[in-house]
Design a protein around this ligand. Structure first.
Ligand SMILES: *Cc1c(COP(=O)(O)O)cnc(C)c1O
Length: 394
């Protein structure tokens, strides 16, 4: 199998798996217990906190562990909303192409009396800092803009947006689930107040993540219970999972630039190869995108059929995102960057892993080229396009 769906999840690294298994076997004590067996687990937990914090330039006390990226997004946004409400600030600014963990939390808050503005994303898949600045109001309590988009991979001008928010005294959260372990991050230099991350997107285990909250920002607890994580996240800590996340993150961070250099080469080779398919187009900016992300639309085909046929050829890819596939609605991300429904339906996301080879990239190019031609052979939309009944968009 050629696995080209690393934006959906990644395989655990050998080192992370080794940490996970050995701790699950040996270090199963409860970190809240006072005897030595529990306290050793506590030490492992606190070491993981230091390691995770160091990677993003935070203080360990600014990190709380969660059960993944969705939970961290929910908690960051709810916390900022609660703080805003106390000051009578009920406006939140975000973008139209956020992950559903953000968008659906904002939908809930709207029902609770908050007003939400979703900024348009431009055709290149980038939010404009000046538009963020213009949309911030006196009653804005939070700006939440993702670091890198999970479908089209575009990397947002986070430091610029952070500086604007700091200047206007508004909290800034970024869903950095696709960026942590893949791009260099410094929460202080980039003026990030709240940041969400998830281990399974950087070769750690699923169901583990973390939330960074700058010192002084009071978090709201989503779960009632014990006093774990300084009272901000009840529930016995997943020590093996958390430590395995730290192992994976340290590893990813140590290899960050080497991985990116290789991936950019592979990505650009893949983009060049797929660009030869007629009536197709790359989605999102060609340069300001994650090193391993390629996302195309091909006119006259249906993304789901493309995926199934690629699967037959041993290639695991995605159309839209895993969360929206299975529904007939085209991706909200592709619609947000201005693709029309018909075109958005013919999308393909290939998210490469660090160990991908040139031969594999060439195999992907050949397979996609074949499958697109094959599907167009009996597509009624393609026939209409070819006979001039319908006009090509791409
Ligand atoms: C995967 C993902 C999430 C959700 O993370 P989970 O750990 O699966 O809950 C949130 N935001 C983005 C951008 C993602 O890619």
């Amino acid at each position: 199998m050629i696995y080209a769906d690393n934006a959906a999840t990644t395989r655990m690294s050998d080192a992370a798996l080794e940490t996970f298994c050995s701790l699950q076997k040996e270090m199963w004590g409860n970190p809240s217990s006072l005897y030595a067996h529990g306290q050793r687990a506590k030490e492992v937990l606190e070491q993981a906190r230091e390691e995770v914090a160091a990677v993003i330039g935070a203080d360990p006390r600014e990190i709380i562990f969660t059960a993944g990226g969705s939970e961290a997004d929910n908690q960051a946004i709810r916390s900022a909303a609660a703080l805003g409400k106390k000051q009578g600030k009920l406006h939140i600014l975000s973008s139209a192409f956020e992950h559903h963990a953000v968008l659906h939390t904002l939908d809930q808050l709207k029902k609770e009396g908050f007003e939400v503005t979703l900024l348009d994303v431009h055709e290149d898949g980038l939010v404009r800092p000046e538009e963020v600045a213009a949309a911030i109001r006196d009653d804005t309590c939070l700006v939440t803009i993702m670091y890198a988009n999970n479908e089209i991979g575009t990397i947002q001008p986070i430091a610029e947006i952070g500086a604007i928010c700091r200047g206007k005294n508004v909290l800034f959260h970024t869903d950095a689930v696709q960026a942590v372990g893949h791009l260099p991050i410094d929460v202080h230099a980039q003026n990030i107040d709240l940041l969400s991350a998830s281990a399974h997107k950087f070769h750690g285990p699923k169901g583990v993540g973390f939330l960074y909250a700058r010192k002084g920002i009071r978090l709201t607890s989503l779960i009632a219970g014990g006093a774990q994580e300084r009272g901000k996240r009840a529930g016995t800590e997943n020590v093996p999972g958390i430590a395995a996340m730290a192992t994976a993150l340290k590893e990813a961070n140590a290899n960050l630039s080497a991985n990116a250099a290789h991936l950019v080469q592979m990505r650009d080779r893949l983009i060049a190869g797929l660009s030869k398919i007629p009536h197709g187009a790359l989605n999102g900016d060609a340069v300001r995108r994650l090193p391993g992300n390629v996302n195309f639309c091909f006119e006259g085909i249906e993304g789901e059929s493309l995926l199934l046929l690629l699967d037959d050829k041993g290639i695991a890819a995605s159309s839209g995102s895993a969360c929206t596939s299975g529904s007939l609605d085209p991706s909200h991300v592709l619609l947000a960057i201005g693709r029309v429904h018909d075109v958005a339906h013919g999308s393909l996301r290939l998210s490469l892993g660090e160990d991908v080879t040139e031969t594999e990239v060439d195999e992907i190019i050949a397979a996609v080229t074949d499958v697109v031609a094959y599907l167009r052979g009996f597509s009624p939309i393609w026939r209409d396009l070819m006979t001039g009944k319908k006009e090509f968009i791409l």
